[in-house]
Design a protein around this ligand. Structure first.
Ligand code: HEC
Ligand code: HEC
Ligand code: HEC
Ligand code: HEC
Length: 194
């Protein structure tokens, strides 16, 4: 994934370059089902779906979903679910993506970790996202209105602006991992440190 290698290249750069690196941490593929992740186990009876793709359509178990498009090419909808395994298809003229996920009180298998939304989960998309002047959808921040600086510095050893690409290490929409981490803690900081 291009975004990931851009972040790896941040290794050994001067602090002033960190912000530049942050700007590179942007989506790579053209069409993506962002949420839920493939294979997720959700315990509730509804699911928030987020996807990205030019002129895309979403189908849940074969049925087209009526989505909102808060930004051009970015779709979201909250769908009601029956317990069981579900297929989510993202169709765009260029490509197709498909994932499956499971809902219900019972895990689909013993290794499954339960997916949890970021608490609180239903923050307006515009709290954290905007469209750049060039028309590019982006993450524009907004975490600090709820996560103050002092505890941040303690857990991260950095000022918030130095690790402003929160998405390098956290899945801000939700995750099955503790602390919403995308990578185990040992690896998260090693993206820049040896
Ligand atoms: C609490 C802040 C927050 C909220 C609210 C939020 N997001 Fe995000 N979103 C993020 C972060 C952080 C990333 C990762 C950005 C990065 O790594 O560049 C992201 C990434 C994305 C991506 C790109 C993912 C990819 O891999 O291409 C899309 C699309 C997206 N969000 C859509 C939405 C939509 C639609 C909503 C509203 C339903 C929403 N987001 C609400 C923080 C948020
Ligand atoms: C380089 C990886 C990395 C980046 C980038 C990062 N985090 Fe973290 N974050 C972590 C790790 C690792 C933990 C777990 C720390 C622990 O368990 O000691 C954590 C824990 C947290 C926690 C829970 C603990 C606490 O301090 O309250 C919050 C909230 C958090 N991060 C918010 C953010 C926000 C907001 C951003 C962006 C401004 C961000 N993080 C960027 C790695 C990162
Ligand atoms: C509207 C308020 C709000 C915003 C905005 C917000 N958070 Fe949170 N976040 C919370 C609350 C409430 C919790 C749960 C209590 C806690 O752990 O602090 C939480 C928890 C977390 C946790 C820890 C989860 C755990 O398992 O302990 C992480 C990591 C986190 N948020 C990251 C982020 C990131 C990254 C952003 C921005 C992309 C963000 N948050 C934006 C309110 C918010
Ligand atoms: C985007 C790259 C990047 C990430 C990710 C990153 N760091 Fe750093 N870190 C740096 C740079 C560059 C320096 C040296 C400049 C400075 O002191 O601010 C540094 C310095 C430090 C220092 C000061 C001690 C020293 O070696 O000089 C500590 C401690 C530290 N980082 C801890 C962490 C932890 C913990 C994480 C994970 C939460 C993390 N870093 C993630 C780039 C990063």
């Amino acid at each position: 994934m291009a975004g990931r290698s851009a972040a790896l290249n941040c290794r050994a750069l001067a602090p002033a370059a960190l912000l530049v690196c942050s700007a590179l941490w942007l989506p790579a593929a053209d069409s993506v089902i962002v949420k839920p992740p493939d294979g997720a186990w959700l315990s509730g009876t509804s699911v928030q779906i987020i996807a990205r793709g030019e002129s895309a359509k979403l189908l849940l178990d074969g049925e087209p979903l009526e989505t909102e498009e808060p930004f051009p090419g970015v779709y979201t909808v909250t769908a009601e679910l029956r317990p069981g395994t579900h297929r989510l298809l993202l169709e765009s003229p260029a490509e197709e993506r498909e994932i499956s996920f499971h809902s219900g009180d019972e895990p689909p298998n013993s290794a499954s970790e339960q997916y949890a939304d970021h608490p609180p989960s239903r923050i307006a998309c515009t709290h954290c996202h905007s469209v750049s002047r060039r028309g590019r959808f982006r993450f524009s921040g907004g975490c600090q209105s709820c996560h103050p600086k002092e505890p941040f510095i303690k857990t991260h050893s950095h000022e918030p602006h130095e690790l402003a690409s929160c998405g390098m290490c956290h899945d801000a929409h939700g995750s099955a991992a503790a602390q919403l981490l995308r990578l185990p803690k040992e690896q998260a900081c090693k993206q820049c440190h040896n």
